[in-house]
Design a protein around this ligand. Structure first.
Ligand code: C2E
Ligand code: MG
Ligand code: MG
Length: 561
C-alpha cells in the first residue's frame, strides 16, 4: 500500500514540475525497472503508457540508432551507481517519427522506497519541417497498398526506401533550411522515377518510398536508384555545387507477396541500414537470410535482457586449457602428454528457446546493445572466483578473461577489475586480461588505462594477433605478457607457402625480443604441433588439447597433483 501512495506522489511531482518548465520530467525506479512520465510526455513520445515496465529497453528504441550504445552506457553508469548524475544530448524520436535533439539530465536519488533516477528531457529548437503537398504521404502509401492487396490478393512489384546520408549532421551543421533544400532536391529526383506505375511517398520521418505493384524486379530497383543519383548530380551542377549530398537506399522485389506494409517497411528499414553500415552512398537489395539473422539477434537481445534481470540466468563460463608448448609430447601408445599452465574463460548463454548460443553470436549482440557492460562485470567476477578456487590447490594456474573493446570504452574497467579482485580475493598475478588488437589500442587514453590495469598486478595478453592492423609500436608501450596468434592466421600459415611461415617466424622473434611470450591458437592436430614447434612458440591452445569445457570437467581432465 505504501508503495502505491509513493507512486501517486511521484506522478503528481512530475506533473507539477512540468507546469513550470518546457521540459519533460521523468522518474525511473531502478529496482522494478519502471518508468513514470506525465500524460503530456506520453502525447509527445511513442511510449506505451504513463507508467511502464522493462523501461530501459523501450526508452532505447526512441534514441537515434547511432547514439543508442552511448545512451545505454549512460543509463547503465547511473543504474550501477558509477555516476550520480549525467547530462547528455541525444536525438529522440517523437510521435511524428522526427528525431529532435534533446538535452537529457538524470540524477540518482535515494528515496524512502528505494533507489530512483529523476530526470528531464529538454528538446531543442523546433524547426520548420520539410513538406511537399505534391507528394503522397505515408497514409496514402497504406491506402494504396491495402487497395492493391484487396484487388490482387497478393502483390508483385518492388519497393525502394531512400534516405539522405548523415541527415542529422547536415541539419546540425548547415541548418534546417539546408536540410529542407536537400530533401526538396531528393523529392524532385524521386518524382522523375514515377513512370510505369511507380509512385513516390514521403514517409513521416522524412524518408522517401517508391512503390510499384505492376511487377518488376531487382533491375528496376537498380535503374530507379541510379536515375535518382543522376538527377541529384544534375541538381548539384545547376546549383553551382551549393548543396552536395549522397543517398543510401534499400530495395525489395516481391512476387505474389502477402506481407503487410508494416512488415515491408521494416524489411526496407533494415536494408537501408545495411547500405548505410556498408559505406553509405549505395543501394542494398533485401537479403532474407541476413534479415532472419537480424530478427534472431533482436529476439536474443530481448531474451538476454530478461536473463540479466534474472540474475544472469543462462550465462555460463567454459574453460579451455592453455599448455606449455615445450612440454607437448606424443607417447608411445599415441596418447598426448601436456602441461596445462592456464585456462581461457569463454562465455556461453543457454536459453530454452535458442539452446546454447556461442560467443561468436552472443558477444556482438552484447556489444551492440551495450549489455556487454553488465555481463562483462559478471564475467570478471565469475572467472576471478573460479581462478581463486583453483589456486588453493594449483597456485601457478592462471585464468585469462576476454575483454571487449566496447567494455573498455563504456565502463570504468580499472575500477571493475579492482572490485572483482577485492571481492574474490584472487591473486592478481594469476589473472590475465585478453585484449584484442582491434580498436584504438594505440590510443593514449587506452594505453594509460592498460598501465593502470598492469599496476593492479594483472597481466595483459594481446588476443587475435594477426587479424588487426595497429601500429606495432603499441606492443612496446603496453608491456603485454603474451601475443596470442589467431586461429585463422595459424591455419592460413599452415596451409600456405613458406612466405606465411616466415611471417610467423618473424612475429615470434619480435615478440621474444620485446620480452613477450607467444601462444598459438587453434591447434587441432599433432601434425600442426610438429610444424609449428621449430618457430619456438611458448604456449599452445586448441581442440587437440581440449575443447572448452565447464569448470568441473576442466578440473577433472586437466588439474592433477
Ligand atoms: P578468442 O578469445 O580468440 O577465443 C578462442 C576461440 O577459438 C574460442 O571460440 C574457442 O572455442 C575457439 N577455439 C579454440 N581452439 C580451437 C581450435 O582448435 N579450432 C577452432 N576452430 N576453434 C578453436 P569461442 O568460445 O566461440 O569464442 C569466440 C570469440 O568470442 C573469442 O575468441 C573471444 O574473442 C570472444 N569471447 C569469448 N568469450 C568471451 C568473453 O567472456 N568476453 C568477451 N568480451 N569476449 C569473449
Ligand atoms: Mg581470447
Ligand atoms: Mg584469440
Amino acid at each position: 500500500m505504501a508503495n502505491e501512495i509513493d507512486l501517486n506522489i511521484v506522478k503528481n511531482i512530475i506533473s507539477l514540475l512540468e507546469i513550470c518548465t518546457d521540459s519533460f520530467a521523468f522518474v525511473y525506479d531502478i529496482s522494478s525497472d519502471m518508468f513514470f512520465i506525465s500524460e503530456r510526455t506520453l502525447a509527445h513520445y511513442d511510449l506505451p503508457c504513463s507508467q511502464f515496465s522493462a523501461a530501459v529497453g523501450k526508452i532505447i528504441t526512441l534514441i537515434y540508432e547511432d547514439e543508442r550504445v552511448r545512451c545505454a552506457a549512460d543509463i547503465e553508469s547511473i543504474i550501477s551507481n558509477k555516476k550520480e548524475s549525467i547530462r547528455s544530448s541525444y536525438h529522440i524520436r517523437n510521435r511524428y517519427g522526427e528525431y529532435i535533439p534533446a538535452e537529457v539530465r538524470m540524477r540518482r536519488i535515494s528515496a524512502s522506497w528505494g533507489e530512483i533516477v529523476a530526470g528531464s528531457v529538454n528538446p531543442g529548437e523546433k524547426h520548420a519541417f520539410f513538406e511537399d503537398d505534391s507528394l503522397a504521404s505515408e497514409r496514402d502509401a497504406q491506402f494504396d497498398f491495402d487497395t492493391a492487396r484487396m484487388t490482387e490478393g497478393s502483390l508483385s512489384g518492388f519497393a525502394v526506401q531512400i534516405e539522405v546520408d548523415n541527415f542529422i549532421s547536415i541539419n546540425e551543421h548547415a541548418g534546417f533550411e539546408a536540410g529542407n533544400e536537400i530533401l526538396s532536391i531528393l523529392a524532385q529526383a524521386c518524382k522523375k522515377q514515377c513512370i510505369n506505375g511507380t509512385k513516390v511517398y514521403l514517409l513521416s520521418d522524412r524518408k522517401f518510398l517508391l512503390m510499384n505493384f505492376t511487377g518488376g524486379n531487382a533491375d528496376e530497383i537498380r535503374r530507379s536508384y541510379s536515375g535518382i543519383k543522376q538527377s541529384i548530380r544534375e541538381a548539384e551542377y545547376e546549383s553551382g555545387y551549393k548543396r552536395m549530398f549522397t543517398v543510401s537506399a534499400g530495395g525489395i522485389a516481391f512476387i505474389n507477396d502477402t506481407s503487410s506494409l508494416t512488415e515491408m517497411l521494416a524489411k526496407l528499414m533494415f536494408t537501408v541500414a545495411t547500405a548505410k553500415n556498408n559505406r553509405k552512398d549505395t543501394l542494398c537489395l533485401f537479403n532474407a537470410r541476413e534479415y532472419a539473422l537480424y530478427l534472431r539477434a533482436l529476439e536474443i537481445e530481448s531474451a538476454i535482457r530478461d536473463s540479466i534481470k534474472n540474475k544472469f540466468e543462462g550465462f555460463t563460463l567454459v574453460f579451455q586449457p592453455i599448455v606449455n608448448a615445450k612440454e607437448v609430447q606424443k607417447n608411445a601408445g599415441g596418447s598426448l602428454s601436456k602441461i596445462v599452465v592456464g585456462a581461457e574463460s569463454l562465455l556461453r548463454w543457454k536459453n530454452d528457446r535458442f539452446g546454447t548460443v556461442g560467443a561468436g553470436e552472443i558477444i556482438p549482440i552484447l556489444e551492440r546493445s551495450g549489455l556487454i557492460v553488465p555481463v562483462g562485470r559478471w564475467i570478471l567476477m565469475k572467472a576471478f572466483a573460479q581462478c581463486a578456487a583453483w589456486n588453493t590447490l594449483f597456485p601457478d594456474l592462471y585464468v585469462s578473461v576476454n575483454i571487449s573493446f566496447v567494455q573498455i570504452l563504456q565502463s570504468n574497467l580499472v575500477s571493475e577489475v579492482q572490485i572483482a579482485l577485492e571481492r574474490t580475493r584472487v591473486n592478481p598475478k594469476n589473472i590475465v586480461l585478453e585484449i584484442t588488437e582491434s580498436g584504438n589500442i594505440d590510443d593514449e587514453e587506452i594505453q594509460s588505462m592498460l598501465s593502470e590495469l598492469s599496476a593492479l598486478g594483472v597481466k595483459i595478453d594481446i588476443d587475435d594477433f594477426g587479424t588487426g592492423f595497429s601500429n606495432l609500436r603499441y606492443l612496446q608501450d603496453i608491456r603485454a605478457n603474451t601475443l596470442k596468434l589467431d586461429y585463422t592466421f595459424i591455419q592460413k600459415a599452415l596451409s600456405g607457402d613458406m612466405k606465411d611461415l616466415k611471417i610467423i617466424e618473424f612475429i615470434v622473434d619480435m615478440a621474444h625480443a620485446l620480452g613477450m611470450t607467444v601462444c598459438m591458437e587453434g591447434i587441432e592436430s599433432y601434425g600442426s604441433v610438429e610444424k609449428l614447434l621449430p618457430f619456438a612458440p611458448d604456449k599452445f591452445q586448441g581442440y587437440l588439447f581440449s575443447r572448452p569445457v565447464d569448470a568441473r570437467t576442466f578440473a577433472k581432465e586437466n588439474l592433477h597433483r
